[in-house]
Design a protein around this ligand. Structure first.
Ligand SMILES: NC(=O)c1ccc[n+]([C@@H]2O[C@H](COP(=O)([O-])OP(=O)(O)OC[C@H]3O[C@@H](n4cnc5c(N)ncnc54)[C@H](O)[C@@H]3O)[C@@H](O)[C@H]2O)c1
Length: 431
């Protein structure tokens, strides 16, 4: 039976490579849609957890995982040889940066080698990892063709960016349109058919390059707009007006405006990294993405700016940052998730520590963190910890926090997220 028919009648086996924030929900979605799914990960602990139906990602309920495991719809493995058993392969491995902020495609190339070794005629391979335009055709395709099979003829290849927003209660895989771009029409057609099984809307585009650029553009768009509002927040502070009130007022305009919020910096595995993927590729074309790099620079300065504002707030209270007890609330890079990759809170803790502050933190999702000077453990948010702190910093605005109680117990609050914008307490300094 050909792949098209197998996709239509859901007899195809779907392989998901990389069972993280992107791969695990995708594996569950295909299983729930009636496919048999084989999940691959290099971490045996993750594979064991999946097979036991235990989720290791806060925004994915163990119930939905255990249900598909119990139905024998999903199985996880570390054995890459089993790539031979699947009909379609979605690659969801990390695409980090090197220490010098260059794209690190090593996970993508290593996995491409594994797939190449196991590649079967008729298989569909789709890269989902965020990356620069050209990766699918220039990096993945040549590795896969080392198998002796020809792309677009013996096997199919496409790019389809993942748009998942962990923790978003409104938009899931099902109701977020999925972009697909194949290296030739049949690859696009098959990828479109595959994703139509889990997403209500699939948007085919003319090439993998268009799909890759679309994804990077979406994330750069966020990065640039966050930088704009981060800059505006600094001007507003000098002018003595509230940036939070301005954003809410501007958001009353029903067209031509979309609210973005300032903060202590940006984090996660996407928004801070993707501009560098594009900037690096642009240099191959003797082109400098000045606007994009400026935005990244403004956002990366925010932890420094917040540190200086905390110093000023303490000064105004007759305290110096040196030796001050600073309690940081929220370590995750955004609210209600346990992901601390690239979190600006980590940079903030480092900067406060370097200035001599005694830093502690609370995060309901993150029990321990590793910093340059050792391990920090999340302290309980008791009245005592709140009142003993010289400054409580709201670095991530988890919904779980009772901000009124925090404001009532703390002597000084620096709110970098606008979480207290409705409170009247006069011990609150806002970004
Ligand atoms: N996290 C997000 O919100 C998000 C959203 C959209 C796109 N993305 C993109 O999706 C990709 C994956 O991100 P993530 O957040 O899911 O990463 P992650 O670190 O949560 O998950 C990646 C998984 O891949 C596994 N892995 C690495 N190499 C492997 C290999 N060769 N074979 C099998 N497994 C392997 C890792 O062990 C890990 O479990 C990245 O390119 C990212 O930019 C992420």
């Amino acid at each position: 039976m050909d792949l098209e028919q197998k996709l239509r009648d859901k007899t195809a086996t779907v392989g998901i490579v990389g069972l993280g924030y992107v791969g695990l929900p995708l594996a569950i979605a295909f299983s729930q849609a009636g496919f048999k799914v084989l999940g691959f990960d290099i971490q045996p602990k993750r594979v064991d957890s999946v097979n036991k139906g235990q989720s290791y990602i806060a925004t994915i309920a163990s119930d939905s995982l255990s249900a598909v495991i119990a139905n024998n719809r999903l199985e996880a493995t570390t054995a890459q040889d089993r790539l031979r058993e699947v009909d379609a392969i979605c690659i969801c491995v990390p695409t980090p940066l090197t220490r010098t902020k260059e794209p690190d495609l090593s996970y993508v190339t290593q996995e491409s080698e594994e797939i190449s070794r196991c590649l079967q005629p008729g298989q569909l391979v789709i890269l989902e990892s965020t990356t620069y335009p050209g990766t699918t055709r220039e990096v993945v395709l040549p590795i896969l063709e080392r198998s002796g099979l020809k792309a677009g003829q013996d096997f199919y290849l496409a790019y389809s960016p993942e748009r998942i927003d962990p923790g978003n209660k409104k938009y899931s895989i099902r109701n977020t349109p999925k972009i697909v771009g194949g290296i030739e029409p049949q690859s696009t057609k098959l990828a479109e058919l595959l994703y139509r099984q889990v997403a209500e809307v699939v948007v085919p585009v003319s090439s993998p390059e268009v799909a890759e650029m679309t994804k990077v553009f979406e994330n750069v768009f966020r990065n640039v707009n966050i930088a704009l509002v981060n800059e505006l927040s600094q001007l507003c502070e000098k002018m003595g007006i509230s940036v939070w009130e301005i954003i809410d007022a501007a958001a009353s305009k029903p067209f031509g405006y979309m609210p973005f919020y300032p903060g202590p910096g940006i984090g996660g595995h996407c928004i801070p990294l993707d501009p560098y993927y594009l900037a690096s590729k642009a240099r191959d074309y003797d082109f400098h993405t000045r606007f994009i790099e400026l935005a990244a620079e403004i956002n990366e300065r925010m932890p420094y700016y917040v540190t200086s504002r905390i110093t000023e707030a303490l000064n105004a209270n007759g305290k110096s940052l040196n030796d001050a007890r600073v309690l940081v609330l929220g370590i995750a890079y955004k609210k209600d998730v346990e992901d601390l990759r690239e979190s600006p809170s980590l940079k903030l803790i480092q900067l406060l520590g370097e200035k001599g502050a005694q830093v502690s933190y609370n995060d309901p999702y993150i029990a321990k963190i590793q910093i340059d000077t050792g391990t920090l453990t999340s302290v309980e948010l008791t009245d005592e910890h709140l009142s003993l702190a010289d400054c409580v910093v709201i670095a991530t605005d988890h919904s779980h926090y009772d901000y009124q109680r925090i404001a009532d117990k703390a002597s000084l609050i620096f709110d970098a997220r606008g979480a207290t914008k409705k409170l009247k307490n006069n011990n609150i300094i806002r970004l």
